[in-house]
Ligand binder design. Structure first.
Ligand code: ADP
Length: 366
């Protein structure tokens, strides 16, 4: 019987539990034993009861619960070979030779490194007599597959990451609440949303909540010019009859000189044109809560595919992550996807940015 380990790592995202549930039950359906590893890679390194076999019933109710019930953590030790050696030992001790990781690009890169090093790690364990010849022979190869759990939708070569639509939906709900008070008092609201490197959430929220203006990490406006430009657009909207003003700022918003554009700077600019302005930082409410239907489905379909993927992979196949493209669940080479993510901000398209502007601004004619 094949033994598969599953862990969640990095920032939590709604739908991670649905993914774990799907891996556990798909694994059982395929005659595998599935082990949950608590607290991400630190559980893998600690071993003991951090690694435990999951039954069908253990994941009852997981589908709709936010966060990750098996826990997640950042783990410095796993970045070092010594940590990965211990992780390897703990897996072999339990007879686990396949690992499904649900996390962001950092966690998935870690998984890929682990797999690459595996032959060297098991050799060292054999040479130091921590494992015997039989264990060595039985665990020649580590199968891994990954699912991208990330609210930021920040992975290339897949259209959506698990958690992004739940987060977007939460942001829109919160913005509609502050919009009600903005409308009543004729106020301006500057709303900061998550996204240090990727502005997908900010851009999509600005479209879905008809923001007057949006600032993203990927499309920095010209330094020294953005204040005046934003002020004139917003004054025009006000003259056109809007009673409230909404500006969305991604956490990682910058200008063309790479200076951060903070919500307070935006607020000051709005106060200058006479608007009663409040700043709202949505913070961790954006991560929490029950996953929306889309994330439950995505995680469930991908979990089943991740199990098929580790069962089919061979030492020759590259590490793969499970993605979705044009509504089809697909496998994508992990290294290529991570490299493409680092190279370009694929999730943001210029077309979306222009759409956001053209719909809120009748004078928009680029
Ligand atoms: P995310 O997975 O959301 O991108 P991080 O980048 O913080 O989040 O990664 C989560 C964990 O994955 C880290 O704490 C570490 O244990 C592991 N990890 C990240 N990058 C690497 C790497 N290059 N090599 C080994 N492990 C890594």
């Amino acid at each position: 019987r094949k033994r598969i380990g599953v862990l969640t790592s990095g920032g939590d995202a709604p739908g991670m539990n649905a993914a774990v549930r799907s891996v556990v039950r798909s694994g059982i359906n395929q005659n595998c034993d599935v082990y949950a590893i608590n607290e991400g890679y630190s559980g893998l390194i600690k071993g003991g009861d951090m690694i435990h076999k999951m039954s069908w019933d253990d994941v009852r109710g997981y589908l709709s619960i936010g966060g990750t019930l098996i826990g997640t953590a950042r783990c410095m030790e796993f970045r070092e070979r010594a940590g990965r050696l211990q992780a390897c030992y703990n897996m072999i001790e339990r007879g686990i030779d396949a690992l499904i990781v649900i996390g962001g690009d950092g966690s998935l890169t870690g998984a890929d490194t682990f797999r690459d090093e595996w032959p060297g790690l098991i050799k060292e364990l054999l040479d130091t007599k921590r494992i015997d010849e039989k264990q060595y022979k039985a665990h020649q190869h580590l199968n891994i597959s990954g699912m991208v759990g990330s609210i930021d939708n920040d992975m290339a070569m897949t259209d959506h990451t698990i958690g992004a639509y739940s987060s977007l939906s939460r942001i829109c709900t919160n913005i509609s609440w502050v919009s009600a008070t903005a409308e009543s008092h004729s106020r301006a609201f500057v709303v900061e949303v998550m996204g240090r490197h990727c502005g997908w959430l900010a851009l999509m929220a600005s479209i879905a909540c008809r923001a007057d203006y949006v600032f993203l990490p990927e499309m920095p406006p010209t330094a020294n010019e953005w204040v005046g430009k934003m002020q004139s657009v917003i004054e025009r909207h006000r003259k056109g009859g809007r009673r409230s003003t909404l500006v969305v700022v991604a956490e990682g918003a910058i200008d063309s000189e790479l200076n951060r554009i903070s919500p307070e700077m935006v607020k000051d600019a709005l106060v200058e044109i006479g608007l009663d302005t409040r700043v709202t930082t949505l913070g961790h409410v954006q991560r929490g809560g029950s996953p929306v239907a889309f994330d439950r489905l995505l995680a469930t379909l991908q979990g089943a595919e991740a199990v098929r993927c580790v069962l089919e992979s061979t030492p020759e196949t590259p590490s793969e992550i499970i993605g979705i493209r044009l509504n089809k669940i697909i496998r994508v080479p992990l290294q290529e996807s991570v490299a493409a993510t680092k190279r370009v901000a694929e999730a943001i398209s210029k077309k979306d940015f222009q759409l956001a502007r053209s719909l809120r601004d009748s004078d928009f004619n680029e």
